[in-house]
Ligand binder design. Structure first.
Ligand code: GN1
Ligand code: MG
Length: 363
């Protein structure tokens, strides 16, 4: 985006200030993210993708409510709320975001001395993200989920995702279906598995909680000095949901041996040691409230979130790459393939992973 335009937007939040060091940060598939300095302090500027998040006001309401709640909890526990939760910076006229014909923008305090990672670069890092997500969910246990807007309706409703996939396949807008029959059949064959979680949320067998819903490793800031997971970010999809979504999405992205778009599928599998590290960290923070049904379905959560995400990548490939940002042609198909490989691995070695969960619970 145009630097002058971005600078003017920053000024809506800091009128008269000197805006310096404006640079793009390449993180995430959805929003555009920049870093800048104003009044001697670093900040994040994000342009919210309103094609995807249609109700920006509702979304910012959620984020402000959740971060204010976290702020109080963190302060009460003697923590540093500027580093342990996101802090929304208001516009000069006191609003949660700024919007004009060029887009909808928000500003956060930049969390200093911490970084995000696409892969666990050090032993223990993935476990730290597990504790951060577990803590996040635990701190929000008393938050009234009915106060939250559903920022993307049916976000982790896997049967609905399946219907979207079938619709994209029937339309085959780009004529791409003939080139990916094997992938299509893999996802079609798992139709009856899709309602496993949604059905149980609907009839109360699984509790509805406040969940993050996008628990990738790179959505936790890792403190550079201590190596601890200090802050959960990317709160756009915080909504009522199941804990299995959060556990599952973390495993999908973080317990894998390779990148989400790795082309060489022989390199892609689910790593038991990483799986165990995450299960131990997450369960240790959630022990007080996890239910027997949730325990029983933790591994299914991992399989389901991977299946769902793969199906979404394949749907986007069939629709012409209109949702996920891509940097080369075929990236969404590559992503759909890695997810397939992971699903198959998690299905084939189910006992290995269920044993890991059993140990995490009994520890
Ligand atoms: C998107 O923007 P990012 O990378 O944090 C997506 C997630 C997917 C993920 C796949 C709002 O998240 O649901 O799991 O890509 N977020 C949205 O990498 O659709
Ligand atoms: Mg993200």
């Amino acid at each position: 985006m145009d630097a002058e335009l971005l600078k003017n937007i920053c000024l809506r939040f800091f009128p008269g200030a000197e805006i310096a060091g404006l640079e793009q940060i390449h993180n995430g598939h959805i929003n555009l993210t920049y870093r800048f300095t104003a009044n001697g302090r670093d900040h994040i500027l994000q342009r919210i993708n309103t094609d995807i998040f249609r109700d920006a006001a509702g979304l910012m309401h959620n984020i402000c409510a959740v971060t204010a709640f976290l702020r109080e909890k963190i302060t009460a526990a003697g923590g540093d709320p500027d580093r342990e939760t996101l802090t929304v910076v208001k516009t000069a006229d006191g609003r949660d975001y700024y919007s004009d014909e060029s887009g909808v923008y928000r500003v956060y305090l930049y969390i200093t001395g911490a970084e995000c990672f696409d892969r666990a670069e050090r032993k223990g890092m993935f476990g730290e993200s597990a504790k951060a997500f577990g803590r996040f969910q635990n701190l929000l246990a008393e938050f009234d989920a009915t106060k939250l807007n559903e920022t993307i309706k049916d976000f982790h409703n896997t049967p609905k995702r399946f219907e979207n996939f079938e619709r994209a396949l029937a339309a085959d807008k780009k004529g791409r279906a003939k080139g990916c029959g094997r992938e299509i059949n893999f996802y079609l064959a798992r139709k009856t598995y899709c309602p496993l979680i949604t059905e149980r949320l609907a009839d109360g067998r699984l509790p509805t909680r406040v969940t993050h819903n996008d628990t990738k490793l790179n959505n936790v800031m890792i403190d550079s000095a201590t190596g601890k997971g200090i802050c959960v970010i990317d709160l756009d999809t915080v909504m009522p949901g199941s804990m299995l979504y959060d556990f599952g999405d973390s495993i999908r992205f973080g317990a894998t041996s390779a990148a989400e778009d790795e082309k060489d599928l022989s390199k892609v599998y689910c790593v038991p040691e990483l799986y165990a590290e995450y299960a131990d960290g997450f369960v240790s923070e959630m022990k007080a409230s996890i239910t027997p049904e949730e325990i029983k379905l933790l591994h299914d959560g991992a399989v389901m979130m991977t299946l769902e995400c793969g199906m979404r990548f394949l749907t986007d490939w069939l629709e012409g790459d209109v949702y996920f940002r891509t940097s080369y042609e075929g990236q969404n198909l590559d992503r759909a393939r890695t997810q397939m490989k992971l699903v198959a691995d998690m299905e084939n070695r189910r006992e290995v992973f269920e044993e890991i969960i059993k140990n995490a619970i009994n520890n």
